[in-house]
Ligand binder design. Structure first.
Ligand SMILES: Cc1cc2nc3c(=O)[nH]c(=O)nc-3n(C[C@H](O)[C@H](O)[C@H](O)COP(=O)(O)OP(=O)(O)OC[C@H]3O[C@@H](n4cnc5c(N)ncnc54)[C@H](O)[C@@H]3O)c2cc1C
Length: 568
């Protein structure tokens, strides 16, 4: 059996290595247009920033490793230019010489990835405008920076008076994870960084109020955000630097511009071969990674797959799914019955020592598809036991089915412990867990790692209290007409107050119940929700119509920010 794999990075390389482990006899040819196979493109922003100093560190396994360890015929600098599904052949072009050869296959695997979006804007090809997609892209940025720095170092020595070295101005376009990671790395290099984003938030998969936390955090660390503004073009100034022109009429000065406008599936070859393309613009595959053409498989960023929660077709440009899909294609080619379970979109981004992570459906996705059978909670548990040094709050939003408690999605932002909570919730989601399962999850605990009630347990307990009716819950947007009861300490009100709320500290509540109305809904707040929960339980057991306001003052702060941003 001869198997040709097009694309030699995440999906392609996984497929080749797995196939060899399953089939010693298969003839495997892996072609890669670029100079490297199996490199860590996820590390590229950190190479730009100098955190990963050596380019060689990004090369996970080179072509020789594939040749010697896996007996794979690897051809770099070799582009597949045509697939003929009826003849079962592929035309290959040597990138350097232009020579074209034809190879026959029994099975073909496409893993061509996704192409960076590069709109035909005026000036987009000017020098100083880069993207971060490949090792040569990162090298070009580093070389440019080094050249620019040399020039500025010269300026330092220019005169006895000129002692302040001007900052290099970088404009990053796109607030997705590649744009933000690159922006962070440029801040680390001492650049003055502006990030321009067309949407009203960074990190589009996050719900707006969670993205808001990230925005505040990165702004405090030196990234200037220009949201709700699309790029209109680029121009060179008389001194040779650049200006990024936006649709709102602004001109952001720049010495370097990074384009991170997202990616779109590379379907050029597949389309030309008559392979079905799906509604989202990716190669349509079944759950065994088979395309519409016999003996042709496709994996990775180029394919569209079913969303695990919504069942919708979706595009997901992530390394984990690409690797797993490459492995599944290899399994199926080798005669095994492996299936892709769908994507949960489990993602994380690290920024200035903090992290934002998410899994499953967001609230905006549920709203978009008209799914109203969900409830959400906000909580702010500590990353580990509060009495052990270094605990940090995690802002956690969890979405679950109102009707049966099934977990639907989660988002978390914080400076510690975000990754393991979202990874735990991702596993729970894939196992179709409910919030009742989260209550019962037995997770590891010692003071420096977690709490006896881990944030994951805690989320389950809060959500289960709501579904069991122990904790009637409202959100800030549904509190009009109610009696607002604030159970925080008076000293806290000096820092932030909710106008119109009556303050009875939790410790005094039992003795001051006669101050509360019995004929009105009472909405209880504290800072994050915990004391409001205790108060709500007291009030309910004394016959009051009490509800807790989800997320308390912390959630209100985000609500206010959103309203301010939208001009409401
Ligand atoms: C800067 C950056 C940071 C990222 N960070 C993360 C992260 O932190 N976490 C995460 O989960 N994901 C991350 N990703 C996404 C992740 O890298 C991709 O989802 C994954 O690499 C997709 O694998 P793939 O095999 O589909 O495509 P790729 O890994 O992109 O490989 C496709 C390869 O196919 C080659 N090719 C295309 N057409 C042809 C042809 N006709 N002939 C020959 N070769 C061809 C291309 O040259 C390319 O090398 C990041 C991506 C980038 C660019």
């Amino acid at each position: 059996m001869k198997v040709i794999i097009i694309g030699g990075v995440a999906g392609g390389a996984s497929c080749a290595a797995r196939l060899r482990r399953l089939d010693e006899q298969a003839e495997i040819l892996m072609v890669e247009r670029g100079p490297y196979v199996s490199y860590a493109n996820c590390g590229l922003p950190y190479h730009v920033g100098g955190v990963i100093e050596k380019e060689s560190s990004l090369l996970v396994a080179d072509a020789n490793t594939f040749r010697s360890q896996f007996a794979v015929d690897v051809r770099t600098g070799c582009e597949a230019i045509k697939i003929s599904p009826d003849e079962k052949t592929v035309e290959l072009r040597n990138v350097e010489t232009g020579e074209v050869t034809t190879e026959a296959y029994d099975k073909l695997v496409l893993s061509p990835g996704a192409a960076s979006i590069r709109p035909p804007l005026p000036g987009i090809d000017l020098p100083g405008i880069f993207q971060v997609r490949t090792v040569p892209d990162a090298r070009a940025i580093r070389e440019w920076i080094e050249r620019g720095s040399l020039f500025l170092t010269g300026m330092d020595k220019y005169s006895g008076f000129q002692t302040v070295k001007p900052k290099i101005r970088a404009v990053v376009i796109g607030g997705g994870f590649i744009g933000l990671e690159t922006a962070e790395n440029l801040v680390h290099r001492g650049f003055d960084v502006t990030l321009v984003e067309m949407l009203d938030q960074v990190l589009a998969p996050l719900d707006r109020e969670m993205a808001c936390i990230v925005e505040g955090f990165v702004e405090r660390h030196g990234i200037r955000l220009a949201l709700k503004d699309g790029v209109a073009g680029f121009q060179q100034t008389s001194n040779g630097s650049l200006e990024v022109l936006t649709k709102s009429g602004k001109a952001h000065p720049a010495d370097i511009v990074i384009l991170a406008l997202g990616v779109r599936p590379d379907t050029t070859l597949a389309r030309a071969a008559g392979i079905e393309i799906g509604t989202r613009g990716g190669i349509r595959v079944d759950d065994q990674m088979r395309t519409s053409k016999p003996d042709i498989f496709a994996v990775g960023d180029a394919v569209e797959v079913k969303d695990f929660v919504t069942g919708e077709w979706s595009l997901i440009a992530l390394a984990g799914p690409a690797n797993r899909q490459g492995r599944i294609a290899a399994d199926v080619i080798a005669g095994r019955d492996s299936h892709f379970r769908g994507t949960q979109g489990t993602s994380i981004i690290g920024l200035f020592g903090a992290a934002a992570a998410w899994v499953g459906a967001s609230e905006k996705t549920l709203k978009r598809i008209g799914d109203a059978d969900y409830e959400k909670i906000y909580l702010y548990p500590n990353s580990h036991a509060g009495y052990y040094p270094g605990a940090k709050p995690i802002a956690l939003k969890v979405l679950f089915r109102k009707s049966d408690g099934h977990l639907l999605g989660a988002q978390a932002v914080g400076e510690d412990g975000v990754d393991k909570r979202i990874s735990t919730l991702a596993m729970a989601l894939q196992m179709n867990a409910t919030i009742y399962d989260l209550e019962e999850a037995e997770l590891c605990y010692a003071p420096q790692f977690g709490s006896a009630k881990d944030p994951v347990n805690f989320a389950g307990m809060v959500a289960a209290d709501i579904l069991r009716g122990d904790m009637p819950l409202v959100h800030w947007d549904a509190t009009d007409g109610g009696f607002l009861l604030d159970v925080r300490q008076p000293v806290e009100l000096a820092v932030e107050q909710k106008p119109g709320a009556v303050n009875i500290p939790l410790g005094q509540l039992r003795s001051r119940l006669d101050e509360l109305p019995r004929d009105r809904e009472i909405f209880v707040i504290c800072r994050s929700g915990q004391r409001a929960y205790y108060a709500t339980r007291i009030l309910l057991q004394h016959g009051f119509k009490a509800n807790i306001i989800s997320g308390g003052m912390l959630a209100l702060a985000l609500n206010c920010l959103l309203k301010r941003d939208s001009g409401a």
